[in-house]
Design a protein around this ligand. Structure first.
Ligand code: FAD
Length: 446
């Protein structure tokens, strides 16, 4: 069996590695760097910044831990250099793995000649199956000034050489808030403008509200229900004008980050030539990632289902299993998600609002990090955990939390929900003391 994979982001390269391990011959085509958005301009570089932000936050809090006389500086260029080293190290690792004898890595931009032929430059490739994993690109607002230099995408802000004194972030979703939190820790003055009623529109509203309060307390100026009308440049600074509650207001900043979502990268591949159906949200796929052409699959951001690196990886696995006739227990509807603000937020399963809308009767069990021994010793007591349980069956349906290491903690409930476990089963699991994971135990025993 032979497959062509277009795009070597997490969806593409992880699937290529797995296929090769199973003895499948793979042609992997990549127009840029292996690792895709995730490794080069997404998950990894931002998390390298998050670590620096965490160190700075710790230093700011040091006096509370009896540390005195501390003097420290902050070198943004060194932070950027460390981020680049992290990215290069991991990229080198992926390149090494892709040296597998069954994988041919082709550098260049791929497009379809027809449903069975993929072209790169003057080379043509064909195979039994094709996987499209070409990811997504930053979206922008159709407002005057959106294309001004200094209005940055999430990729461009990672390459800044100077720390902006004032940063305006347009968009209070996951990417916008992560950068807002990072630059707040780096001591920039940060303003967030969000169109919706609440930040993190797809998250549990309770969680979003409380996280907003927490981030506001840290000094981030978060404005919801704010519709950006225009951006203009005045000297070295940018004026972002927005409409809030019928009133025009503005914010002045040294840089503006446009973080209003991402759009599937459907334009570059001649999808129409291949007869692959796609729309504004991306390539249309069924539950096993098959497109309108049964031998062509589309995984990751390109299908617009869930724009997360681990979603891309597991969709790739589902697609590969399907073409090879392998059974699995993967439930793609149980998809954990994290927001790497300070503190972090994380979520898995149904939200309280979704349960209400679906008419599912639930109980919401809550606990707070301020009552968690480990969190108190760490001096990181902001946050809460909410576990959602179906009243009738006791089945675990969701978990939403923010607080220290939420992105790690959520994984326990993710494992239980994906194995259709009940509250009683969670209650019977022993948690190590003192650990942050006890926040789940406390919620479960409410
Ligand atoms: P991509 O990673 O985008 O890879 C697609 C690849 O295809 C690219 O390398 C591209 O060069 C290549 N390509 C495109 N067109 C062609 C062509 N015609 N021919 C050949 N190659 C082509 N997700 C998380 O889960 N956790 C996080 O913490 C997180 N943080 C993020 C932070 C930021 C700032 C951003 C922007 C995203 C973040 N994401 C995060 C999302 C995550 O990066 C994506 O969901 C993930 O990279 C999608 O993987 P993919 O394989 O579908 O596509």
């Amino acid at each position: 069996m032979k497959i062509i994979i277009i795009g070597a982001g997490p969806g593409g390269y992880e699937t290529a590695l797995l296929a090769a391990k199973r003895g499948v011959e793979v042609v992997l085509i990549e127009a840029g760097h292996v690792g895709g958005t995730c490794l080069n301009e997404g998950c990894i570089p931002t998390k390298a910044f998050c670590k620096n932000a965490e160190v700075l936050d710790g230093l700011k809090d040091a006096e509370a831990f009896g540390v005195t006389g501390l003097s420290y500086g902050f070198d943004f260029k060194a932070v950027a250099a460390r981020k680049n080293i992290v990215v290069e190290q991991l990229r080198g690792g992926v390149e090494g793995l892709l040296g597998h004898k069954l994988i041919t890595l082709v550098r260049g931009k791929a497009s379809f000649k027809d449903a069975h032929t993929v072209v790169v430059g003057d080379e043509e490739f064909s195979a039994d199956y094709i996987i499209i994993a070409t990811g997504s690109v930053s979206a922008s607002l159709p407002v005057p000034g959106a294309d001004l230099e200094g209005v940055l995408t999430s990729k461009e802000i990672l390459d800044l050489e100077e720390l902006p004194k004032r940063l305006c972030v347009i968009g209070g979703g996951v990417i916008g808030l992560e950068f807002a939190s990072i630059f707040n820790s780096f001591s920039s003055e940060v303003t967030v403008l969000e169109y919706c009623k609440e930040i993190l529109p797809r998250f549990d509203t309770d969680l979003a509200k409380r996280l907003k309060q927490c981030l506001s307390k840290k000094g981030i100026d978060i404005n919801t229900q704010s519709q950006v009308l225009s951006i203009s440049k005045e000297g070295d600074q940018y004026k972002v004008t927005f409409l809030r509650k019928g009133k025009e207001e503005s914010v002045v900043a040294d840089k503006v980050l446009m973080a209003v979502g991402r759009k599937a990268n459907v334009d570059s591949m001649n999808l129409a030539e291949a007869g692959v159906e796609f729309g504004p949200r991306g390539v249309v796929v069924n539950e096993v990632m098959q497109t309108s052409q049964p031998h062509i699959y589309a995984v990751g951001d390109i299908n617009g289902k869930m724009m997360l690196a681990h979603a891309a990886i597991f969709q790739g696995l589902v697609a590969l299993d399907h073409m090879m006739g392998v059974d699995n227990d993967i439930d793609l509807s149980v998809m954990p998600a994290a927001v790497f603000t300070s503190p972090e937020a994380a979520s898995v399963g149904k939200t309280e609002d979704e349960c209400k809308e679906a008419g599912i009767k639930v109980k919401c069990l809550k606990s707070f990090f301020r009552a968690n021994g480990k969190a108190v010793t760490m001096g990181e007591t902001e946050g809460f955990c909410k576990v959602i349980v179906e009243e009738e069956t006791g089945l675990l349906l969701g978990c939403h939390l923010f607080g220290p290491h939420s992105s790690d903690i959520v994984q326990e409930v993710c494992a239980l929900i994906s194995r259709k476990s009940t509250l009683k089963q969670l209650q019977d699991i022993i948690h190590t003391h003192p650990t942050l994971t006890e926040v789940i135990q406390s919620a479960a025993h409410q």
